[in-house]
Design a protein around this ligand. Structure first.
Ligand code: F3S
Length: 401
């Protein structure tokens, strides 16, 4: 592939061995996908942050980069880590894990990465503009960047996103190319989703049936950004979807006329398929001892809804209600009194981590209730937890008195 003079210098180790390793990795990736060149990126989002997932090899790699003075060149945010940096003791984690997780974060910090520790970078200051090239890992964030913001990214791994952050480059292939951003399946939605779980299941159902496609949704109407976030998370967790369009709503949908769409595959989804998806991902279980919300991380308006419901209510004795969000949104929610309402009811708003990447299997729970198909997809394998899916308000009703 073609490299500029500066990229060649990076490749050959003129700027240090750490940066050279990153550039070589991107060249291998680019050659694999037949990229003709590199392009500059405006921002990066790096996953692979929890010590639970990366373990000692990941920590050593990051420490090595930090010690070699490898630094990021563009705005770079981080996905959730394995713990709330301030209240990890409240979540039953031991100090050995906390120590290792802190070392991981320290290495990222030395590299110049923002310790945002959240999967919604676009709500907390890493919001690319329409048409920007970026290199984002975390499938729910990638699909949001492509579809809702109109930025251009492939589904990066933690390592390739970090290599892009360090070099400021990404290979030019895949969803960076206009021709790969065209829809190739038209999904007609035959019902009006009435809550967040239904929109999550709609995404999951379509992702499962068309794992490699670019869906074009029609009939969905004007749904909120929160719901687009949830739709994308469902699509990207059941399949490898990195981009979708919604008629009259997402920024690139207007480029595709009826004429463009008439020859692509068509598919209809009704409420029946969505309800079946929810049932298939759910345990038949009635006792509710834990509700985990915030996959993807909750926005301020989602927290407001939960807080409003909890006014004057109490979480059942010995039960847990945990809501995951970013630290920045937590601070805003605190000022607005939402955190106090959740805590007064006996719940916890946790930051820097999430239910999937935190070692929650240590809690000894059998089943957790949640409103996210993505969480239901991962929790059984990552945390040996069974999941019962209910919509947000039903989850809250179950856990409170
Ligand atoms: Fe975010 Fe964790 Fe879910 S990273 S999308 S809350 S699995």
């Amino acid at each position: 592939m073609y490299l500029t003079r500066e990229e060649e210098l990076m490749f050959n180790g003129e700027y240090g061995e750490g940066l050279a390793k990153c550039m070589r990795l991107l060249v291998v990736l680019g050659e694999l996908f037949e990229a003709e060149k590199m392009v500059k990126v405006k921002s990066c989002h790096v996953s692979g942050v929890s010590y639970k997932n990366i373990g000692e090899p990941g920590l050593e790699l990051l420490k090595g980069f930090a010690e070699e003075n490898v630094r990021v060149r563009v705005k770079t945010t981080l996905n959730p880590s394995g713990m709330d940096r301030k209240r990890w003791k409240k979540t039953g984690l031991d100090k050995d894990f906390a120590k290792k997780q802190s070392e991981v974060l320290k290495a990222f910090k030395r590299m110049g990465v923002s310790l945002s520790c959240s999967c919604i970078p676009y709500l907390i200051g890493n919001k690319p503009k329409f048409g920007d090239y970026v290199a984002w890992a975390e499938s729910s964030a990638t699909v949001y960047a492509n579809s809702v913001l109109g930025a251009k990214t492939n589904r990066e791994s933690g390592l390739s996103a970090l290599a892009s952050a360090v070099t400021g480059r990404t290979p030019y292939y895949g969803y960076l190319l206009e021709e790969n951003r065209k829809p190739n399946v038209r999904v007609k939605v035959k019902f009006k989703p009435s809550n967040q779980l239904e929109i999550s299941a709609l995404g999951y159902f379509v992702g499962k049936n068309f794992p490699e496609k670019v869906p074009f949704f029609s009939g969905l109407g004007l749904v909120s950004k929160d719901w687009l976030k949830v739709l994308g998370a469902g699509l990207a967790s059941a399949g490898a979807i990195a981009l979708y369009h919604v008629e009259n709503l997402t920024p690139e949908a207007k480029f595709f006329s009826e004429d463009n769409l008439k020859d692509i595959e068509k598919f209809e989804v009704g409420l029946g398929e969505v309800k079946q998806t929810i049932q298939d991902l759910s345990e038949a279980y009635e006792r509710c001892e834990a509700v985990f919300l915030g996959c993807p991380h909750y926005s301020l308006s989602q927290l407001r809804e939960v807080a409003a419901f909890l006014r004057g209510k109490k979480v059942k004795p010995k039960a847990r209600l945990w809501i995951f969000t970013s630290r920045l949104i937590y601070e805003k929610a605190k000022k607005l009194g939402y955190v106090r309402l959740v805590e007064k009811a006996g719940g916890l708003v946790l930051c820097d981590t999430c239910m999937v990447v935190s070692p929650l299997e240590r809690l000894g729970l059998e089943v957790v209730y949640t409103d996210s198909c993505k969480a239901a997809h991962y929790l059984p394998s990552t945390n040996r937890l069974k999941v019962k899916l209910e919509n947000t308000l039903e989850c809250l009703r179950r856990i409170t008195v």
